[in-house]
Design a protein around this ligand. Structure first.
Ligand code: NAP
Length: 259
């Protein structure tokens, strides 16, 4: 399927590995030129070169922490005029509700709510000018069904979801579609870290922690990042022009809800 976005340009944040890289890869496959980002320059450049070699697209890299004001300034400068923005960053650490104080919440809000909002505010005006744009925010299934140990994530991502619900309706008349893509468990470094945390907290092996978690997923396994990236690319395509303010859940059926 030709997604109709060949030659467009996208900023994909936090994209040297995992879900961000999967989104960058699917966009590159669709012929989209990229600005890629991560903190670690080496893995970022390696990922960028791989996409240049495989898909012949232009890929610029900006090795900064997307959650800092300095990092955002550099990214915004490099990404001026992009048609597509994929917001992503690392997720907050797990814990108990008694663990977190104000500073922990401020850090989580900065990373998973205020960072995507800052990039939307900086880059959507250029999309409005061209009367075409797509924004996909990688959030989490936790906005539909809370994951108790991820209280910081539950809180910050709920805030972003509320912002997108209103803002997406304000920019839709200008041809700009903002939507959220909600991962359930996917096979990335992040899920390995969460399973290691469960194994330590519950005094069980990593394999037991993983098996117990996967047993709660009706599909019986973790998601493949490649499929996640393809969904993201579709949400950035010409065919997503009527998708506004939606929360697209990819969780193997884990959230037990009718809607
Ligand atoms: P991952 O495999 O750990 O990859 C994270 C990527 O983001 C890496 O490229 C990392 O590179 C980059 N990154 C992290 N923090 C960054 C920062 N502050 N600035 C710039 N780049 C940064 O994680 P993932 O599984 O793809 O998860 C992506 C997002 O989806 C996270 O917010 C996670 O909480 C959420 N999520 C994931 C799952 C899942 O099952 N995988 C489920 C629900 C939600 P550097 O370390 O070099 O910066």
């Amino acid at each position: 399927m030709d997604l109709g976005i060949k030659g467009k340009r996208a900023l994909v944040c936090a994209s040297s590995k995992g879900l961000g890289l999967a989104c960058a890869t699917a966009l590159a496959e669709a012929g989209v030129n990229l600005v890629m980002n991560a903190r670690g320059a080496e893995a970022l450049e390696a990922a960028a070169q791989d996409l240049r070699d495989r898909f012949g697209v232009e890929v610029a890299t900006v090795a900064v922490d997307v959650t800092t004001p300095e990092g955002q300034s550099k990214l915004i400068e490099a990404a001026q005029g992009v048609d597509i923005l994929v917001n992503n960053a690392g997720g907050p650490p797990p814990g108990m509700w008694t663990d977190w104080d104000r500073d922990d919440f401020v850090a989580a809000l900065d990373a998973n709510m205020l960072t995507p909002i800052a990039l939307i505010k900086a880059l959507v005006p250029g999309m409005i000018e061209k009367r075409w744009g797509r924004v996909v925010n990688i959030t989490s299934q936790s906005v539909k069904a809370p994951i108790a140990v991820l209280g910081l994530s539950n809180s910050a991502r709920a805030g972003l979801t509320g912002y997108v619900a209103g803002t997406s309706r304000q920019v839709a008349p200008h041809g700009v579609c903002i939507n959220n893509l909600l991962p359930g468990s996917h096979a990335t470094d992040r899920i390995d870290a969460l399973d290691r945390g469960t194994s330590q907290n519950q005094g069980i092996s990593f394999e037991e922690a993983r098996a117990a978690r996967q047993a709660t997923i009706p599909a019986g396994r973790d998601g493949n990042p490649r499929d996640f990236g393809a969904t993201c690319a579709f949400m950035c395509s010409q065919y997503a022009s009527f998708m506004v303010g939606q929360n697209v859940l990819l969780d193997g059926g884990n959230v037990n809800a009718t809607l």
